[in-house]
Write a protein that binds this ligand. Structure first.
Ligand code: TXE
Length: 476
């Protein structure tokens, strides 16, 4: 097993190799602000090499029986699980997330992703359609070929495995491009899996989206980058899945179980320092419960322990890099200019400890008294900064919830079942959670509406995305 201290090379055709240009980027540990390894700064020449290797590998892999492919994926899951602690530690160091979160969520979920798709391919059904006395149709689903998988830094192995597992399960070859900010666990995964080309988005990501032989692109990242990916793929008619940003509403009605709503909302606001696309960054509380909700929410959030990600008691780790930290600070300043009141947090904390003196930390921050349509309430901050706004009735809050370019996820807290259905029906998001947050069944469709993306991942949707349907029509 590779360790986090290694020089991170590309993995092509079953071997670790130097990037063609011989260049490397510093890999910074967010908790310390210091470089602790080097990552290949590849370019289109490395992508070309990966494509040549992928074309060769596709010949055998696409013909490997499903039961064999399934066994290999299950073995990958077992190996990650065997080294769970090593993967979790590497993920925590690389991203700044609390070790407990990497151990409890990121890595187990990567294992689950491989197991899920390993077994899913054993239970698919083929379609047949009989056209009266005229013809008999059957539909085959073949692997598409080479899939380019571009993933972000917030949940590195979790999101990469969410793409790799279905892509290879159905017989494609995957070329992965992990975020240059968090390359380590993908590097560790190379010991057991496919082609990985490391480097920046403009150099490697763009080369993948432009390569004519990579006909399938699955991308998770920011909306601005998503637009560039879509622009690059459209003229080449690539099949594209885009999972982009969110500005997710979290609606608390006065009839909710407030204890549960507060615990769930604090979690959805600040998990992974608010750096999950599904985090609920706009909280709306019904006016009759508003004051009680805000007071108790602040009390609970103020107890979250910001600390060294490697400390077992830490609940809030470091922000991924300086750029992201500066972005968070910018929005906190903007919120105040827009009339907002900082009810909690708002300033970088004193040094956590000696090791983390130069790390990128920011505490849970709550902003109240902002107009619903201001920039702070419309733009994705992607950090531990949320707003809380009162509302008077259902119709009003549905309007607020939908008043954004994004449409990824939402949460609704109420004990009134009819209301839950009514509101869920009218919110424009790909996922609506009622009285919960981040409950994920791997079989359900996952993705966003509007500027939050195109297409769906998960379960059957992913198997369909990574295959090409062909109908064969035979006259009777
Ligand atoms: O993400 P990028 P960044 C949001 C969040 C954050 C903002 C920017 O708001 O502040 O995006 O973060 C690769 N062609 N999210 O800049 O750039 C890149 O190398 C092809 C939300 O880190 O979108 C990385 O592997 N690929 C989000 C991946 O795209 C390109 C998670 C994502 O990076 C590319 C992360 C290009 N031209 C950020 N440019 C979520 N929804 O989960 C970059 N990349």
């Amino acid at each position: 097993m590779r360790t986090e201290a290694d020089k991170i090379q590309n993995f092509i055709d079953g071997q670790f190799i130097e990037p063609v240009g011989g260049k490397y980027l510093d890999n910074i540990e967010p908790a310390t602000g210091k470089s602790y390894s080097q990552v290949a700064d590849s370019d289109s020449r490395d992508v070309d090499l990966a494509v040549v290797a992928a074309e060769k590998a596709f010949v055998d892999w696409s013909c490997t029986p499903a039961a064999e492919r399934s066994k290999i994926l299950l073995r990958i899951a077992d190996l990650i699980e065997r080294d769970l602690e090593k993967f979790a530690r590497a993920e925590s160091i690389d991203t700044g997330k609390p070790l407990s979160l990497a151990r409890g969520l990121d890595i187990p979920r990567a294992v689950a992703n491989f197991r899920f798709f390993a077994t899913a391919i054993l239970h698919t059904e083929s379609e047949a359609h009989i056209t009266d006395n005229v013809a008999f149709n059957y539909t085959t689903r073949q692997p598409r070929g080479i899939a380019g998988l571009i993933s972000p830094w917030n949940l590195p192995l979790y999101l990469l495995s969410w793409k790799i597992a279905p892509a290879i399960a159905v017989g494609n070859i995957a070329i992965a491009k992990p975020s240059e900010l968090t390359p380590v666990t993908a590097y560790m995964l190379c010991e057991i899996a496919q082609d990985v080309v490391h480097g920046t988005g403009p150099n490697v990501g763009a080369a993948i989206t432009a390569h004519p032989k990579i006909n399938t692109i699955s991308f998770t990242g920011g909306t601005v980058t998503g637009r560039k990916v879509a622009e690059a793929c459209a003229p080449l008619f690539k099949k594209v899945s885009l999972e982009l940003g969110g500005k997710n509403p979290n609606i608390v009605f006065a009839d909710a179980d407030l204890e549960a709503a507060i615990a769930g909302s604090v979690r959805s606001s600040f998990a992974n320092q608010g750096q999950i696309c599904l985090c609920g960054s706009r909280v709306f509380a019904e006016r009759s419960a508003y004051k009680d909700f805000v007071d108790r929410f602040i009390e609970k959030a103020s107890k979250l322990k910001v600390g060294d990600p490697l400390d077992e008691k830490t609940e809030q780790g470091a922000i991924v890099n300086k750029t992201q930290l500066d972005k968070i600070k910018f929005y906190v300043d903007l919120a105040q200019e827009e009339g907002g009141k900082i009810a909690l947090g708002g300033k970088a904390p004193k040094p956590i400890n000696d090791r983390c003196r130069y790390g990128y930390f920011f505490p849970p921050t709550i902003i109240t008294d902002l107009p619903v349509s201001c920039r702070t309430n419309r733009e994705e901050i992607f950090g531990p900064v949320i707003t809380i706004t009162p509302f008077d009735n259902e119709e009003e809050v549905i309007g607020y919830a939908n008043d954004t370019d994004y449409g990824l996820a939402s949460s609704v807290w109420t004990q009134n079942l009819n209301r839950a259905h009514r509101v869920a029906e009218q919110i424009h998001t790909g996922t609506v959670w009622v009285n919960c947050w981040l409950v994920r069944d791997l079989r359900v469709p996952f993705g966003g509406m509007k500027a939050s993306g195109v297409g769906r991942e998960g379960g059957e949707e992913a198997l369909r995305f990574f295959t090409e349907a062909k109908n064969i029509c035979i006259a009777k």
